[in-house]
Design a protein around this ligand. Structure first.
Ligand code: SAM
Length: 252
C-alpha cells in the first residue's frame, strides 16, 4: 500500500474510520539506510527444521478473542509487510497469513527456553482458562526435542516463503527491523511491557498499530495494556477500537 494512504473502514455498518494515515511522531529514527525486505529475508534464512518433517502441527493458539478486528484491517489495508511482536507457537501468525496471500510477515520473538518451559508449567499447574491439558503434552514433547523456535516455524512451514523469523526481543529487534523496512502494520502480543508500545509507535510512525491483551489484568486487577494503548493513541491522534482481547488504533 501507499504510505499515508487513508482507507475507509466500515465498522459494522455504523462508523467510518480511517486506518492508514501517517501517524504523527516526535521521534524520527532511521539508523542506517533501509536495506529493504529482501535484505532482511536474506539475513534471516529459516533454520533447519527437517527433524520435524512429518510431525503434525504443534499449535497452541493463545486467542482471547476479537481477532476479526485485525483480519478486517488486513483485508481493507492490503498491507505489504506486517510485523508481529510475540509469536509463541504461531497461532496468531497463522490467522493473519490465511487472511490474504500477498504480504510478508516478520515474526519477532526471542523464543527463549522460558517461553517453552511455560508450557510445562501450565501442564503441571493449569490456570482456570486452560480446560484440557492433554493437547499440550505432545507440544511440550516437541519443544523439549527441538526447541520452541523450531516448533513455531514448523507450525508456519506452509507459509515459509512469506515468513521472516527474527529471533530477538522487541527491545533490540524493533530498531533492527526498522533499519531494513518499515512495516505497514504492527501487531503486539509480547510481555505487556510499556516500552514495547512506545518503541513500536516511535520506530514505525506510518504503521497501523494493533495487538492483544486488552483484557489482560495484572495482580492488582488493573488493565495496564489499556493505559499504554490509550497513551499511544493520544500521541497519534487515533481512536482505540477494542473487542475482547484485541485492540486496533484507527485514525480519526
Ligand atoms: C502471549 S505469547 C504470544 C502468543 C501468540 N501471538 C499467539 O497468539 O499464539 C507472548 C510471546 O512473547 C514472547 N516474548 C517474550 N519477551 C519478548 C520480547 N522482549 N520481545 C518480543 N517477544 C517477546 C514470548 O516468547 C512469547 O512467545
Amino acid at each position: 500500500m501507499v504510505r499515508g494512504e487513508a482507507l475507509a473502514h466500515d465498522n459494522g455498518g455504523s462508523t467510518t474510520l480511517r486506518f492508514a494515515k501517517k501517524a504523527k511522531s516526535s521521534v524520527s529514527y532511521c539508523p542506517v539506510p533501509l536495506g529493504g525486505l529482501d535484505a532482511l529475508r536474506a539475513r534471516h534464512p529459516w533454520p533447519e527444521i527437517s527433524g520435524l518433517d512429518g510431525d503434525p502441527p504443534h499449535v497452541w493458539s493463545l486467542d482471547g478473542g476479537g481477532r476479526e478486528l485485525v483480519i478486517d484491517l488486513i483485508q481493507k489495508m492490503r498491507p505489504r509487510v506486517i510485523l508481529e511482536i510475540g509469536t509463541f507457537l504461531g497461532g496468531s501468525a497463522l490467522r493473519w497469513l490465511a487472511t490474504r496471500p500477498d504480504f510478508a510477515l516478520i515474526v519477532m520473538d526471542p523464543w527463549t527456553k522460558d517461553a517453552g518451559n511455560w508450557v510445562a508449567t501450565v501442564i503441571a499447574s493449569p490456570p482456570v482458562w486452560v480446560q484440557d491439558i492433554e493437547p499440550l503434552k505432545p507440544i511440550w514433547e516437541a519443544i523439549q526435542r527441538h526447541g520452541i523456535a523450531k516448533v513455531a516455524l514448523h507450525n508456519l512451514r506452509s507459509f515459509r516463503g512469506r515468513v521472516i523469523p527474527i529471533q530477538m526481543p522487541a527491545e533490540t529487534g524493533c530498531a533492527y527491523v526498522r533499519s531494513f523496512v518499515e512495516p505497514d502494520m504492527v501487531y503486539i502480543d509480547a510481555m505487556k511491557q510499556p516500552q514495547d508500545y512506545m518503541l513500536a509507535h516511535q520506530l514505525f510512525p506510518t504503521a497501523v498499530m494493533c495487538g492483544d491483551d486488552w483484557t489482560w489484568q495484572d495482580e492488582g486487577g488493573g488493565y495496564p495494556v489499556r493505559g499504554y494503548v490509550h497513551h499511544v493513541a493520544g500521541l497519534r491522534g487515533c481512536t482505540v477500537l477494542a473487542k475482547d482481547a484485541t485492540w486496533v488504533l484507527a485514525q480519526n
